[in-house]
Each structure stands twice: as structure tokens, then as C-alpha cells.
Design a protein around this ligand. Structure first.
Ligand code: F6R
Length: 614
């Protein structure tokens, strides 16, 4: 999510760090900073100088024109906020004692660690989880300076749970840069008399093409003349460097042809990050970052959003009503704000927005707040306008979404809504502890199943070529799959410019059936579960009119092959979780049709990523 770059060598490092960060800035960030080991005037020892600030890299560069640190060891960071709003204090690097840290990821047990450290007299200067890591490493290094920075880092990380890619430097150990990885990407670049570390290849590509990727739970010590890798147990690891053949543009997309495809692939990781630290099988519960929803006082929940986020809201209605038996109303933000909505004190509105900047959603939030309602949101961009306008925010932690067509933002919004449904269901007594524990177990298994579906891309690509010339598509689904049909149609139309409509399968005979003929592909989302038989009988009506059926169905379904022309078989999941899986083949279908047609997939015509006007 964040951008990281580190350097150790013989060259002046500030320009290398800034240039590296600039190469990562395409992802959009909210603050930036660098730490450089420099020799203080009149001193022989080196001291770390940290320069950091809120805002784009240009703000940091402006600061650096006044006082540019000089030194040959340093690291830089561009932040995508997760814990703590974007601010100067929360910008990385975080320094405590002699130790400075930059971090990408989420430290799950940071509240517990923070409390422990506070008990030992530590005081904190930011709201971040990262600062905890600087305190832990500094403690280790102070206790036993002779062990060195790598060992101090290893010992400190033994206490940390969560996802991280970190780079650490200390003015006590000026000849090394230490870096570690667990579930967040990190690449080491090997140069002549110099070495690099970065969260993403583009940051180091101008300097070297010889790289090593760290694996989970590995720590590397970078010196000018070499790199040593160990695991968390302290055992040495042998890793052969490899040559990267990517161009700079390919590297930004991590080798994927488009950001959209990269983001489709990232969904398993993104959903894991949404769940991280928020679900517990033992407690059979979901925690919502301090948001307490009480079903006894919650008469009704109003969900508002636009576009893809609105589709997430439609799925949310099913989930919350089914699991927690709390009535849910869903509305398009653009409609809601103009219909003088009936909402006031005692009511709760939940806005859903990836960007947190959508003008209609923001206006609806303000309207409900002005009328005295409690306003909450599910958002991806921390401290964007909508979370700021709300009383509480539940962040999805999907990371920056660059492709205009929303993919990983959608699945993580669905994950956040499942969390809310479990939270409410446990408190309303409608979800037993056994049922909750089972649902959470299945929830945690989803990322693997998503990866499995992404493996179906070659089959979906063949289908895309076969039907990519069609002028119109119909998408059908029932229950939770109805909004998925809407989302499949939206994805297809926005990136391929093919006209597509999503319909509730039961509504087909009330109108759209008139469109069906041998030229009309009908994409049906029909996993095993509630409504399956009903949708199957809708399909016989399509077949009778010679429509071409492309079905997304559950593996092991014996009947679907007899009626559908194309069948995409996906793993089974409990009904509330199935939308997180069924949407993935539809995203891939839209992507491959658009790719086949050669459209501008990441920036489709007439669309913008963040709709800040009405
Ligand atoms: C579709 C898409 C849009 C957004 C909509 C709301 O792929 O991206 O429909 O979902 O503009 O945006 P957010 O979620 O940022 O409020």
C-alpha cells in the first residue's frame, strides 16, 4: 500500500530516494518522508535526520530545498494511511531513540504492544502502528547493543503480528540498513558497491535490474558490499538474484498489462487485509474498529452509495437483513439527497465509498448528519472527505485502486459488510456462536478461493473472444447474486463500451425476455444455494429463445452443463460469502472482452476515478 525505498552505498542518497519515491507516486499518496544518516557539523559520528510532511511528494521536495540532508545511507516512504490520519506527525519515517523505521502494512497487535510499551514508560509522538516497531527495536538495541541492528530487529519482530514490509536504520549502526517482510511486498536491488530496497520494482529500476524478492518472515541486512538474508528464527537463507526484464511502465503494474488486472489479482490479499485483526474464530465475533452497533436500538440502517459501491450496498442489505434481522434501506446517494429523506436522531446512515470523495455520497452524508442521524462509512482512502464528515469509519485497507473500474474496492466493501452483519448478528442473537465461528472460518478461506478463480482466466479469455463481438449482454442473478449481475453489467459496459443490463432473474419475463435471441449472450450467476432452482428455470426460458448462456456456477453442479453454452465453475462458499467469489469471473470477463476490443481499460472514455462533481 505504501511506497518504500532504501539505499546504502557511496552516492549521495537524498536524490536517489526522492527519485525512487517519485516512481511510486503514480499510486497516489497522502504524505512522504525520508531519513538519512548524515554527519553532524563538527562530529565524527553519524546522526539520522528525518524530513517528512503531509501531502504529495512535491511538499516534501519543497521542504528539502530549504535543508537537504546529505549522506550515503537512507530510506524514504510515501504513505497510504491505515492507522492515523494523514498528518506531519503520522508521516514516516518514525524515529525513536537511535532507530528509524518505514513500514508498509498493518501491525495487528499494535494496541496491545502500545499498552505494554506505555507500561514501561514509553511515550508516543504519532497515532501510527509503525512507531511501535521503532520503539521495540530501539529497546532491543539499547538492552544489548552488541547484537547489532539485524538481531535487534529480529527479536522485536518476534513480538509483532500482522503484515509488514519495513526498513530500519540506526545511527548506532551506520553501516547497515535492515529490512524485513511478512505479507507485504519487498524487493532488494543489487548494485556495484551499493544496494537498494523497495516496496516495488519501479523505485530501483533505473539503478539495477539484478534483484532478489524477500519471502514471508525473512530479514535482510544490506551493506555497501553485500546482502545477507536470514529467517525469523535467525537461520541463514540462500537466495539467488534474478534479472528483471520489465520496462518502467511494466514495472509500475508489477508486470500486469493493466492496473485493473493487477487489482483483480490483488483481491485475495486485499480481503485478507480487510479482515486482519477484525475477526476471531475463538470469540466468534467481528470487531469494527471501535464502531459499536447495537441492534436493540438500531431500528433501521440506511445504506447510501454510488455505482459499484451502491452494488455493494445492495448485497449488504441481504447480508444484514438475513444474518442480523435488522431492516436495511439502500439508496443511490444522488437520489437520496434530493428526496428530503426521513432520517433523524436515533437513526443510522452508512455511506460506502472507495475514494471517500464522491460528491453525491458526501452531500447525502452531510444531509443525514444535519438532520441529527449517526453517520458511518465504509471507505478505502483514509481521512478522505466522507470519513472526515462521518462519526466513524470502517476502512477497507484495499490499498490504492488505480484502474478506473472498481474491483478490489468492491470485494473489500463486501467483506466489510459481512463484518458488520456478523457484528450485528452476534449482538441481536440471530447468529449463534457456532454459526459465526463457521462463517468466519469460511471467510478466512476466501482469499485462497479467489486465487483459484483467478486461475480460470485462460478459460474466461476464450469465452471473451467468442462473445466479445456481441452488441448487448444481459446479466441475471437472484438474491445476493442480483447485485452481482448489476455489477457484472456495469463492469462490462464501462470498460468495453458494450451495452449491458443487469436484471433480477425473476424479472426477466416482465420485459427483458423480449430482447433474447440467438445473438444475445446472457450471463447468469447461479451458484448452488438459495434460489438455485428458480434461476435454473429462468434459464430454460432463455434457452427456449435460443439465447446464449454463460453461467457462473458451483463446482460439482451436474445440471448446469446441460443448459448453458459456457460454464465457469467456481469453488463453493456459504451464501453470504458467495458474492465475493462470483463477481471475480465477471470482472475477468469484462476485462478480457475489453482487452480483446482494445479499449483503454484503465482509463475508459468519459469516466473519472473519483467523481467529485454532481
Ligand atoms: C465503477 C466505479 C464507479 C464508482 C462510483 C463510486 O467501476 O468505479 O461506479 O464505484 O463512482 O465511487 P466511490 O466508491 O469512490 O464513492
Amino acid at each position: 500500500m505504501c511506497g518504500i525505498v532504501g539505499y546504502i552505498g557511496e552516492r549521495e542518497c537524498t536524490p536517489i530516494l526522492i527519485e525512487g519515491l517519485r516512481r511510486l507516486e503514480y499510486r497516489g499518496y497522502d504524505s512522504a518522508g525520508i531519513a538519512v544518516l548524515e554527519s553532524a557539523a563538527g562530529e565524527s559520528s553519524l546522526l539520522t535526520r528525518v524530513v517528512r510532511c503531509r501531502g504529495k511528494l512535491a511538499n516534501l521536495e519543497a521542504l528539502l530545498t530549504e535543508a537537504r540532508p546529505t549522506g550515503r545511507v537512507g530510506m524514504g516512504h510515501t504513505r497510504w494511511a491505515t492507522h492515523g490520519r494523514p498528518s506531519d506527525e503520522n508521516a514516516h519515517p518514525h524515529k525513536h531513540g537511535s532507530v528509524s523505521v518505514v513500514h508498509n502494512g498493518i501491525i495487528e497487535n499494535y494496541l496491545a504492544l502500545r499498552a505494554e510499551l506505555a507500561g514501561r514508560g514509553h511515550r508516543f509522538s504519532s497515532e501510527t502502528d509503525t512507531e511501535i516497531v521503532a520503539h521495540l527495536i530501539d529497546e532491543e538495541l539499547k538492552a544489548q547493543p552488541q547484537v547489532g541492528l539485524r538481531e535487534a530487529t529480529r527479536r522485536a519482530l518476534g513480538k509483532v503480528q500482522g503484515a509488514y514490509a519495513i526498513v530500519v536504520l540506526s545511527d548506532r549502526t551506520p553501516d547497515v540498513l535492515v529490512t524485513a517482510k511478512n505479507a507485504s511486498p519487498l524487493v532488494l536491488g543489487l548494485g556495484e558497491g551499493e544496494n537498494f530496497v523497495a516496496s516495488d520494482v519501479p523505485a530501483i529500476l533505473p539503478h539495477t535490474k539484478r534483484v532478489m524478492f524477500l519471502e514471508e518472515g525473512e530479514i535482510a541486512e544490506l551493506r555497501r558490499d553485500g546482502i545477507q538474508v536470514i529467517d525469523l528464527a535467525g537461520r541463514p537463507v540462500r537466495r539467488e538474484p534474478r534479472l528483471i526484464e520489465w520496462s518502467a511502465v511494466m514495472a509500475e503494474k508489477a508486470g500486469f498489462k493493466h492496473f485493473m488486472l493487477k487489482e483483480i489479482h490483488e483481491q485475495g490479499r486485499a480481503v485478507t487485509d480487510t479482515l486482519r485483526g477484525r475477526v476471531s474464530i475463538e470469540q466468534a465475533d467481528a470487531l469494527l474498529d471501535g464502531i459499536e452497533l447495537d441492534p436493540q436500538t438500531l431500528k433501521k440502517l440506511t445504506l447510501i452509495a454510488c455505482g459499484t459501491s451502491y452494488h455493494a450496498g445492495l448485497v449488504g442489505k441481504f447480508l444484514i437483513e438475513q444474518i442480523a434481522r435488522v431492516p436495511v434501506e439502500v439508496d443511490l446517494a444522488s437520489e437520496y439527497r434530493y428526496r428530503d429523506p426521513i432520517i433523524g436522531p436515533g437513526d443510522t446512515l452508512l455511506a460506502i465509498s472507495q475514494s471517500g470523495e464522491t460528491a453525491d455520497t458526501l452531500a447525502a452524508v452531510k444531509e443525514a448528519k444535519a438532520k441529527g442521524a449517526q453517520v458511518l462509512c465504509i471507505a478505502n482512502v483514509v481521512d478522505s472527505s466522507i470519513p472526515r464528515a462521518c462519526h466513524h469509519a470502517l476502512y477497507t485497507h484495499a490499498g490504492p485502486e488505480i484502474g478506473v473500474a472498481s474491483t478490489k474496492a468492491f470485494t473489500t466493501q463486501l467483506a466489510a459488510l459481512v463484518l458488520i452483519a456478523i457484528h450485528l448478528g452476534r449482538r441481536s442473537g440471530t447468529l449463534s456462536s457456532n454459526a459465526a465461528a463457521e462463517l468466519i472460518r469460511e471467510f478466512m478461506a476466501l482469499p485462497q478461493k479467489m486465487a483459484d478463480i483467478i486461475g480460470l482466466a485462460p478459460q474466461i479469455q476464450v469465452i471473451a473472444r467468442r462473445y466479445g463481438h456481441a452488441r448487448d449482454f444481459l446479466f441475471l442473478g437472484r438474491g445476493t447474486q442480483y447485485p452481482i449481475a448489476l455489477e457484472g453489467a456495469l463492469k462490462l459496459k464501462e470498460i468495453s463500451y458494450i451495452h449491458a443490463e443487469g436484471y433480477a432473474a425473476g424479472e426477466m419475463k416482465h420485459g427483458p425476455i423480449a430482447l433474447i435471441d440467438a445473438e444475445m449472450p446472457v450471463v447468469v450467476v447461479v451458484p448452488k444455494g438459495p434460489g438455485y432452482e428458480k434461476v435454473m428455470s429462468n434459464l430454460t426460458e432463455v434457452k427456449a429463445r435460443e439465447g446464449k448462456i454463460i453461467a457462473v456456477a458451483t463446482r460439482g453442479d451436474q445440471d448446469i452443463g446441460a443448459i448453458a453454452d459456457e460454464v465457469i465453475l467456481i469453488p463453493e462458499a456459504p451464501a453470504p460469502l458467495a458474492p465475493l467469489l462470483t463477481v471475480v469471473p465477471l470482472q475477468l470477463l469484462a476485462y478480457h472482452i475489453a482487452d480483446f476490443k482494445g479499449t483503454d481499460i484503465d482509463q475508459p472514455r468519459n469516466l473519472a476515478k473519483s467523481v467529485t462533481v454532481e
